[in-house]
Design a protein around this ligand. Structure first.
Ligand code: FES
Ligand code: FES
Length: 170
Protein backbone atom coordinates (compact mmCIF):
# COMPACT_ATOMS: atom_id res chain seq x y z
CA UNK A 1 0.00 0.00 0.00
CA UNK A 2 1.43 3.39 -0.99
CA UNK A 3 0.87 6.39 1.27
CA UNK A 4 2.24 9.92 1.21
CA UNK A 5 3.63 11.21 4.50
CA UNK A 6 5.67 14.36 4.94
CA UNK A 7 5.94 14.68 1.18
CA UNK A 8 7.73 11.35 0.69
CA UNK A 9 5.99 8.27 -0.66
CA UNK A 10 6.00 5.35 1.73
CA UNK A 11 5.09 1.76 1.18
CA UNK A 12 3.95 -0.85 3.67
CA UNK A 13 5.29 -4.36 3.18
CA UNK A 14 3.81 -7.40 4.90
CA UNK A 15 6.07 -10.43 4.98
CA UNK A 16 7.36 -13.14 7.28
CA UNK A 17 10.98 -12.84 8.32
CA UNK A 18 12.63 -15.71 10.18
CA UNK A 19 9.22 -17.05 11.16
CA UNK A 20 7.87 -13.74 12.47
CA UNK A 21 5.14 -11.81 10.59
CA UNK A 22 6.44 -8.30 9.95
CA UNK A 23 4.80 -5.11 8.73
CA UNK A 24 7.41 -2.66 7.50
CA UNK A 25 6.72 0.89 6.34
CA UNK A 26 9.57 2.02 4.16
CA UNK A 27 10.41 3.95 1.00
CA UNK A 28 9.41 2.27 -2.29
CA UNK A 29 12.87 2.28 -3.86
CA UNK A 30 14.55 0.63 -0.90
CA UNK A 31 16.04 -2.79 -1.66
CA UNK A 32 15.13 -5.86 0.33
CA UNK A 33 18.70 -5.81 1.66
CA UNK A 34 18.26 -2.25 2.91
CA UNK A 35 14.87 -3.10 4.42
CA UNK A 36 16.35 -6.05 6.30
CA UNK A 37 19.42 -4.19 7.52
CA UNK A 38 18.03 -0.73 8.14
CA UNK A 39 14.34 -1.22 8.94
CA UNK A 40 14.57 -4.58 10.70
CA UNK A 41 18.14 -4.38 12.09
CA UNK A 42 19.00 -7.77 10.59
CA UNK A 43 22.57 -7.05 9.56
CA UNK A 44 23.70 -10.61 8.78
CA UNK A 45 23.19 -10.16 5.03
CA UNK A 46 25.95 -7.89 3.75
CA UNK A 47 26.27 -5.45 0.90
CA UNK A 48 29.39 -6.44 -1.04
CA UNK A 49 28.87 -5.23 -4.59
CA UNK A 50 25.26 -4.01 -4.63
CA UNK A 51 24.97 -5.21 -8.22
CA UNK A 52 24.10 -8.91 -7.93
CA UNK A 53 27.63 -10.20 -8.47
CA UNK A 54 29.02 -11.32 -5.09
CA UNK A 55 26.27 -13.14 -3.15
CA UNK A 56 27.10 -11.47 0.17
CA UNK A 57 23.51 -10.26 0.43
CA UNK A 58 21.90 -13.68 -0.17
CA UNK A 59 18.70 -14.45 1.75
CA UNK A 60 16.12 -17.18 1.21
CA UNK A 61 12.84 -15.98 -0.29
CA UNK A 62 10.09 -18.60 -0.49
CA UNK A 63 12.72 -21.34 -0.32
CA UNK A 64 15.08 -19.96 -2.95
CA UNK A 65 18.32 -18.03 -2.48
CA UNK A 66 17.99 -14.47 -3.73
CA UNK A 67 20.40 -11.56 -4.05
CA UNK A 68 18.55 -9.16 -1.78
CA UNK A 69 20.45 -6.18 -3.23
CA UNK A 70 18.57 -6.75 -6.51
CA UNK A 71 15.07 -7.12 -5.05
CA UNK A 72 13.01 -4.10 -4.11
CA UNK A 73 11.42 -4.14 -0.68
CA UNK A 74 7.85 -3.92 -2.06
CA UNK A 75 8.51 -7.15 -4.00
CA UNK A 76 8.75 -8.90 -0.62
CA UNK A 77 5.02 -8.39 -0.05
CA UNK A 78 3.53 -11.71 1.10
CA UNK A 79 6.87 -13.51 0.93
CA UNK A 80 8.54 -15.75 3.47
CA UNK A 81 12.13 -14.65 4.05
CA UNK A 82 14.94 -16.28 5.97
CA UNK A 83 18.18 -14.54 6.70
CA UNK A 84 21.35 -15.98 8.18
CA UNK A 85 19.96 -14.98 11.58
CA UNK A 86 17.11 -17.45 11.01
CA UNK A 87 18.90 -20.58 9.81
CA UNK A 88 19.79 -21.84 13.30
CA UNK A 89 16.82 -23.53 14.94
CA UNK A 90 15.97 -24.05 18.61
CA UNK A 91 19.30 -22.68 19.80
CA UNK A 92 21.24 -25.09 17.56
CA UNK A 93 23.35 -24.08 14.64
CA UNK A 94 22.20 -25.26 11.22
CA UNK A 95 24.12 -28.40 10.13
CA UNK A 96 25.79 -26.26 7.45
CA UNK A 97 27.06 -23.86 10.12
CA UNK A 98 28.28 -26.74 12.32
CA UNK A 99 30.07 -28.41 9.42
CA UNK A 100 31.70 -25.19 8.22
CA UNK A 101 33.21 -24.78 11.69
CA UNK A 102 34.34 -28.41 11.87
CA UNK A 103 35.82 -28.53 8.39
CA UNK A 104 37.56 -25.17 8.57
CA UNK A 105 35.28 -23.76 5.89
CA UNK A 106 34.49 -20.47 7.60
CA UNK A 107 35.54 -17.41 5.66
CA UNK A 108 35.15 -13.74 6.54
CA UNK A 109 32.07 -12.05 7.91
CA UNK A 110 31.20 -10.64 4.53
CA UNK A 111 31.02 -13.78 2.42
CA UNK A 112 30.19 -16.42 5.05
CA UNK A 113 26.56 -15.39 5.73
CA UNK A 114 25.74 -15.67 2.02
CA UNK A 115 27.53 -19.01 1.74
CA UNK A 116 25.63 -20.38 4.74
CA UNK A 117 22.26 -19.23 3.43
CA UNK A 118 22.86 -20.53 -0.09
CA UNK A 119 24.04 -23.93 1.17
CA UNK A 120 21.16 -24.24 3.63
CA UNK A 121 18.63 -23.44 0.89
CA UNK A 122 20.26 -26.00 -1.40
CA UNK A 123 20.16 -28.83 1.16
CA UNK A 124 16.59 -28.08 2.14
CA UNK A 125 15.38 -28.57 -1.42
CA UNK A 126 17.99 -31.11 -2.56
CA UNK A 127 19.11 -33.48 0.25
CA UNK A 128 21.73 -35.41 -1.75
CA UNK A 129 23.60 -32.94 -3.94
CA UNK A 130 26.75 -33.99 -5.78
CA UNK A 131 29.96 -32.04 -5.36
CA UNK A 132 29.33 -30.51 -8.77
CA UNK A 133 25.84 -29.43 -7.73
CA UNK A 134 27.20 -27.82 -4.58
CA UNK A 135 29.90 -25.97 -6.50
CA UNK A 136 27.32 -24.80 -8.99
CA UNK A 137 24.95 -23.62 -6.22
CA UNK A 138 27.80 -21.68 -4.57
CA UNK A 139 29.04 -20.19 -7.83
CA UNK A 140 27.30 -16.89 -7.10
CA UNK A 141 28.89 -16.55 -3.64
CA UNK A 142 32.25 -15.06 -4.42
CA UNK A 143 35.32 -15.33 -2.24
CA UNK A 144 38.70 -14.97 -3.81
CA UNK A 145 40.39 -16.11 -0.60
CA UNK A 146 39.46 -19.80 -0.83
CA UNK A 147 39.50 -22.67 -3.29
CA UNK A 148 36.10 -23.69 -1.90
CA UNK A 149 37.39 -27.22 -1.13
CA UNK A 150 36.72 -27.09 2.62
CA UNK A 151 33.40 -25.37 2.05
CA UNK A 152 32.25 -28.08 -0.37
CA UNK A 153 33.43 -30.81 2.04
CA UNK A 154 31.46 -29.12 4.81
CA UNK A 155 28.29 -28.92 2.74
CA UNK A 156 28.62 -32.60 1.76
CA UNK A 157 29.02 -33.50 5.44
CA UNK A 158 26.05 -31.34 6.40
CA UNK A 159 23.93 -33.04 3.75
CA UNK A 160 24.81 -36.45 5.13
CA UNK A 161 23.99 -35.33 8.66
CA UNK A 162 20.64 -33.90 7.60
CA UNK A 163 19.74 -37.13 5.80
CA UNK A 164 20.70 -39.18 8.87
CA UNK A 165 18.65 -36.90 11.08
CA UNK A 166 15.64 -37.19 8.74
CA UNK A 167 16.03 -40.98 8.73
CA UNK A 168 16.04 -41.07 12.53
CA UNK A 169 12.86 -39.00 12.66
CA UNK A 170 11.04 -41.16 10.04
S1 FES B 1 25.69 -7.26 -2.55
FE1 FES B 1 24.15 -8.37 -3.55
S2 FES B 1 25.20 -9.67 -4.90
FE2 FES B 1 26.76 -8.44 -4.04
S1 FES C 1 35.52 -12.65 0.74
FE1 FES C 1 35.26 -13.43 2.70
S2 FES C 1 37.08 -14.56 3.06
FE2 FES C 1 37.15 -14.05 0.95
Amino acid sequence: MLTAQTGQARVTVHCTVNGVPRTVTTVPNRTLLEMLREDLALTGAKEGCGTGDCGACTVIVDGRPVNSCLMLAPQAEGKTIRTVEGVAQGGRLHPVQEALIEYGGLQCGFCTPGLVVTAAALLERQPSPSEETIRSALAGNLCRCTGYGKIVDAVLAAAERMRTHQGEKA
